[in-house]
Design a protein around this ligand. Structure first.
Ligand code: ADP
Length: 260
């Protein structure tokens, strides 16, 4: 309401970055990082945008593996870290800087200062879009990112059960509290596609995401199948949107990217 929230970075943003989109989830393991990675690649490769991907999931970073990037970023003359690039996306992840096991035992203030470093001491500019792979859940780290940056919007990733358990709704409530527009929800693992015969089964039923989106007054940006290629390509550091762009699974991400 015209008031600058406490702790907001000067200008509310990262210099030279047009839009910042947070990819969030109510809990871990729902496919948030997989979605963030494929969304970033789709925005870069399909829409020709200049895209960055910040892995803010400092307790369980995965962007470095999913994007097949390793090594320490170089530091430029302004002492800003230069993101590593693959599949046309500039990336920064705690996975570049340290052992994941170390970050996993960090206390809150260390996490906050790592996130501050990613916001302020990385040479992101120039970018059309910065995608942030948020930490799972709705705690202090999520709140702090949402307050320090003026986010263009948030994408909430859910699974059908997650919707049933209302975890997704907690995420929506948090963003609404800090006045971040919710771009919509992505239902991941919506149905199962057999890797052998291509048969589709709606294991968790269907229609849940549509109903939840309507209940929460949000757009359903898309549904992603549970598909072995998505998992295998992720593990291999070659996101499905980059390497199997014509597959139905890749198309599902591309159509989400067109709607954000
Ligand atoms: P989160 O970021 O929510 O913790 P991840 O993106 O790391 O979740 O995904 C968890 C696991 O599920 C990973 O092994 C990933 O490859 C797999 N996965 C995510 N989405 C899909 C999908 N649609 N089909 C198959 N496997 C998936």
């Amino acid at each position: 309401h015209g008031q600058v929230p406490p702790g907001r970075l000067p200008g509310g943003g990262i210099p030279g970055v047009q839009h910042i989109i947070a990819v969030a989830s109510g809990k871990g393991g729902v496919g948030k990082s997989t979605t963030a990675v494929n969304l970033a690649v789709a925005l870069a490769q399909r829409q020709g945008l200049r895209v960055g991907l910040m892995d803010a999931d400092v307790y369980g970073p995965s962007v470095h593996r999913m994007m097949n990037l390793q090594g320490k970023p170089r530091v430029d003359e302004d002492e800003k870290m230069i993101p590593l690039v693959n599949h046309g996306v500039k990336c920064m992840s705690m996975g570049f800087l340290m052992d994941e096991d170390v970050a996993a035992v960090w206390r809150g203030p260390m996490v906050m200062s790592a996130l501050d470093t990613f916001m302020q001491r990385v040479r992101w500019s120039p970018l059309d879009v910065l995608v942030i792979d948020m930490p799972p859940g709705t705690g202090d780290a999520q709140l702090s990112i949402s307050q320090r940056l003026s986010l263009s919007g948030a994408v909430i990733v859910t699974t059908p059960q997650d919707i049933a358990l209302l975890d997704a709704r907690r995420g929506c409530t948090m963003f609404r509290k800090v006045d971040v527009p919710i771009l919509g929800i992505v239902e991941n693992m919506s149905w199962f596609v057999c890797g052998n015969c291509g048969h589709e089964s709606h294991i968790f039923g269907s229609g849940g995401a549509e109903k939840a989106a309507a209940d929460m007054d949000m757009e359903l940006l898309g549904k992603i199948p549970l598909n072995i290629s998505i998992r295998e390509q992720s593990d291999a550091g070659a996101p499905i949107v980059a390497v199997q762009p014509d597959s139905a699974a890749a198309q599902a991400y591309v159509s989400v990217a067109e709607r954000v």
